[in-house]
Design a protein around this ligand. Sequence first.
Ligand SMILES: O=C[C@H](O)[C@H](O)[C@H](O)COP(=O)(O)O
Length: 226
Amino acid sequence: MEQIDVQKKMAGKKAVDYIKDGMTIGLGSGSTVYWMMKRLGELVKEGLDIKGIPSSLRTEGWAKQFGVPLTDFSNTQQLDLAIDGADEVDPQFNLIKGGGGSLVREKIVNTASKKLIIIIDESKLVDQLGAFSLPVEVVQFGYEATALQISKLGCEPVLRMNGKEPFVSNNGNFILDCPFRVINHPEQLNDDIKSVVGVVETGLFLGMTDLVIVGKDACVEVLENS
Ligand SMILES: O=C[C@H](O)[C@H](O)[C@H](O)COP(=O)(O)O
């Protein structure tokens, strides 16, 4: 296993320490979340009584594979805890997410949760957001016009592809990857992008993270948002 995967596994496995009996859990997306799901499945087999709401079809598949019981928003609108990955985390615990294209469902799930824990490998910690191209989910119709409007905010959006076809999110939308390179004012940028017609959601997750678990080579570091 590569070192980065070892770090993801360390972070994912540590996160389940925060899950308590009776909780409803937001289940994030991505390769780090995979390890959390695997460990959570083991704990459920040992008797842990929880329910989860998955933030992607892929995570839903893992839940079924590992035996993690699921529920949905028709049964509960507030979750106790959400555990999710990230593509970048800055010192203020602001995030870029959506590298896997699940940002809309993730933002709905994480916003509905009382607490958000982010699990990452070391490479995700950055001084400033923006080196990772910001994913923005947009409706398919007229996406070229939507991209033009976003470009006026300081980047050249790239339509995400899946082979020769555009990538389509679990919500049936396209993703524009927006290379801003340096994001100095994330709140303002988020507002500006969201005001563009055709934009569904941005991958900026601001002021929502309570705890970051960073997987390192032989340990984990837990960073608390004070
Ligand atoms: O859409 C994908 C999500 O935001 C992921 O949580 C994020 O891309 C991090 O994924 P990974 O743990 O695979 O690096």
